[in-house]
Ligand binder design. Structure first.
Ligand code: SF4
Length: 242
């Protein structure tokens, strides 16, 4: 599995896909990437050390993701990420986090700021339609409003290409995202091992009507394929790795 890559276009940065204990929530109906996990902190640290050794600090920015939230990484890996940033003059670090860890993200931002590192948190809200988000996607964000989410997160991921989504709902989600957050990353649903399947008609509407409006927007990333950031693997290989 590819675990290190460099993103050269919008928001340039190095990106590493680390491995943690696994997503604590694991309820999202569309998700199977939480399968990239290991219960051994030692094994994870060994793997993560090898991946972090590849970081060079090319753009002064590092995104460290782990198929879950950063709080699910072992302590030694978290310390090594900080050391890697300091050693390579990385001033901005990006982590992903579920709302469950809201308090920990706010604390981590303060602690890293004291070391001269700005921590940016990305959260997978997927949609701002609470009914859809909690009953169809089972995201575990409860009744959280965009304002509540913006108290800990700087960037959001949206998930499009699911039955029931419309041109209006997708456009509203992106506009709300741009109103409350610094950046919006749109992921298009890819076939995986869950029962939730991509809806070709919804994806067609997105590709024809929505994507052209935002493709040149520097604050919007559009990932038609979930490997476009250069890390990860197809689900079959992930399953073989755990
Ligand atoms: S989408 Fe994120 S929070 Fe939801 S189950 Fe997957 S890894 Fe966990």
């Amino acid at each position: 599995m590819e675990r290190y890559s460099i993103i050269n276009d919008k928001n340039p940065r190095e990106i590493v896909l680390l491995r943690g204990r696994g997503c604590i929530w694991r309820q999202c109906t569309f998700c199977d990437y939480h399968l990239d996990k290991n219960s051994s902190d030692e094994e994870n640290f060994k793997l993560n050390s090898e991946v972090l050794a590849k970081v060079k600090g090319i753009y002064g920015r590092l995104e460290a993701i782990n198929s879950g939230s950063f709080c699910e990484l072992d302590d030694k890996t978290l310390q090594l990420i900080t050391k890697t940033c300091i050693k390579n003059n990385i001033h901005t670090l990006h982590f992903e986090s579920h709302i469950i860890y809201k308090k920990q993200t706010i604390k981590a931002k303060k602690e890293l700021a004291e070391k001269g590192i700005k921590l940016i948190i990305k959260t997978g809200v997927e949609t701002f339609d609470k009914e859809y988000r909690e009953h169809i996607m089972r995201k575990g964000f409860g009744l959280a409003s965009p304002k509540d989410i913006a108290e800990y997160a700087d960037e959001i991921c949206l998930l499009f290409g699911l039955s029931g989504q419309t041109e209006k709902s997708m456009r509203d989600d992106i506009e709300t995202g741009l109103q409350y957050f610094d950046r919006v990353c749109v992921n298009i649903m890819n076939e995986n091992s869950t029962k939730i399947k991509p809806d070709k008609n919804v994806i067609k509407i997105f590709a024809e009507k929505i994507a052209p409006l935002y493709i040149n927007n520097d604050r919007v990333d559009i990932l038609m394929d979930n490997l476009e950031f250069g890390v990860g693997t197809k689900i079959q290989e992930v399953s073989n790795n755990v």
